[in-house]
Design a protein around this ligand. Sequence first.
Ligand SMILES: [Ca+2]
Ligand SMILES: [Ca+2]
Length: 172
Amino acid sequence: MKNPLIFFISILLFFVGCSKSEDDDGRGLIINEFLASNDFCCADQEGEYDDWVELYNDSNSSIDIGGMYFSDTPNDDKPYLIPNTDSSKTTIPPRGYLILWCDDDQEQGVLHMSKKLKGSGESIVLLEADGVTVIDSYTYESQTTDISMGRDPNNLDSWVFYENPTPGLPNK
Ligand SMILES: [Ca+2]
Ligand SMILES: [Ca+2]
């Protein structure tokens, strides 16, 4: 290029274009909300008021979590293998939500994890199928019964309390 300024602007636009398309495809799979102490908020299909974690698929593609791992402990030797036997239940559509029940009731279905969440504080960890690579994790402090904690939809890096939990729906 003869004009160095045009060359520089072209390079700049190229990088702006790249970062924009990345933004458009979102963050992928994220932990979006959880309730670690549930008395009356919301029951699973068995009518049990168990702990839950809401996942959000912040991408333009479906994601099947069957075969991934879940844990309540960082660097867990024995994370829970999410069954890959029913992809109709474990697949999250683009911009969709999925609730994982942390109730140690695996006989209740593929979305029931072996790990419960402590109200006093613990971690939530989602791992790739290799059982090691962290997809997303969040470590929380002491929780209040029936008040969930989740990402602020206007700033996904900010976690706030919600007096009205929204399992399966946008946080608000
Ligand atoms: Ca249950
Ligand atoms: Ca929600």
